[in-house]
Design a protein around this ligand. Structure first.
Ligand code: FES
Length: 286
């Protein structure tokens, strides 16, 4: 049984901004009833066409899809289109106090509907990740035929959400969740993204004294890891280092987040890549 936050339940039972806007400036539609999820997002701009003054949605989806859409419409009101484009699926989930990982694809759908709406309004090409819409032209190579998802979209979600397993990719995008024929390719994409991230990363030193190891752990946390968490509204604090065990406590959006277990694994992997293979990260409540 999935654990839903009170805020998810509240937005599911009393969703904000349900309906349509007859004279909407922008409309974004993603999903397909065949896939079980569909979302139509309506946006109304102010007279200067600068800020979003109203947003409404219609969705055919589960409770998490309703709650994510409700959260999204609340979050983008008052924002410029560029500011709204900066809203990530993780921020939608964080607004709701977290979503079960199996339901993260609902927050991805909200982010996509927004990007499609804005791209259509601006008259530019539709975003390459507009892949839930089976009736639209798509760029990139289709990886998951069952859900019509391209490699470009999957790589973006893998990189943005720091996904490490095909199962996580299924939870975030549905790719691989039907026939499973695309799972080998999804694993290749994960390896590709991880490889690209590693190329950018500084090299790990050969031999370390205990003192240098502790210094390096702190440097990697400060310079490599915390900035990534800040970009998602989260944070962590280093509590203690005992030998190869690094104790951390999550703060802000990361505290109590349903995905904190995966974030801890991400921190551990990063420290192993950049400091030492034997590092074990423990999350503590302090
Ligand atoms: S091809 Fe991806 S689940 Fe079938």
């Amino acid at each position: 049984m999935w654990d839903y936050t009170d805020k998810v339940k509240e937005h599911f039972l009393n969703p904000r901004n349900v309906g349509d806007i007859a004279d909407a400036d922008a409309v974004g539609e993603v999903g397909s009833l065949a896939c079980g999820d569909a979302l139509k997002l309506f946006i109304k701009l102010d007279d200067n066409k600068e800020r979003i003054v109203d947003a409404k949605f219609q969705t055919f989806g589960c409770g998490s899809a309703i709650a994510s859409s409700s959260a999204l419409t609340e979050m983008i009101k008052g924002k410029t289109l560029d500011e709204a484009l900066g809203v990530t699926n993780q921020e939608i989930a964080d607004f709701l106090g977290g979503l079960p990982e199996e339901k993260m694809h609902c927050s991805v759908m909200g982010q996509e509907a927004l990007e499609v709406a804005i791209a259509k309004y601006r008259g530019g090409p539709l975003p390459v990740h507009h892949d839930h819409g089976h009736d639209q032209e798509q760029e990139g190579e289709i990886v998951c035929k069952c859900f019509g998802l391209t490699d470009g979209f999957l790589k973006k979600v893998i990189a943005q959400n720091r996904l490490h397993t095909a199962e996580q990719v299924t939870h975030f995008t549905k790719a691989g969740g039907a026939c499973g024929g695309c799972i080998p390719k999804i694993k290749e994409l994960i390896a590709e993204v991880l490889g690209e991230q590693k190329q950018d990363a500084p090299k790990r030193p050969e031999k370390l004294t205990n003192l240098r190891k502790m210094q390096l752990i702190q440097e990697v946390l400060e310079n490599e890891i915390r900035p990534q968490l800040w970009s998602d509204g989260g944070d962590l604090e280093l509590i203690d280092i005992a030998g190869a065990t690094v104790q951390i406590a999550f703060r802000k959006a990361c505290a109590g987040c349903a995905s904190s277990g995966y974030t801890a694994k991400f921190v551990e992997q990063k420290l192993r890549d950049l400091v030492s293979d034997d590092i074990v990260v423990e999350e503590v409540q302090q």
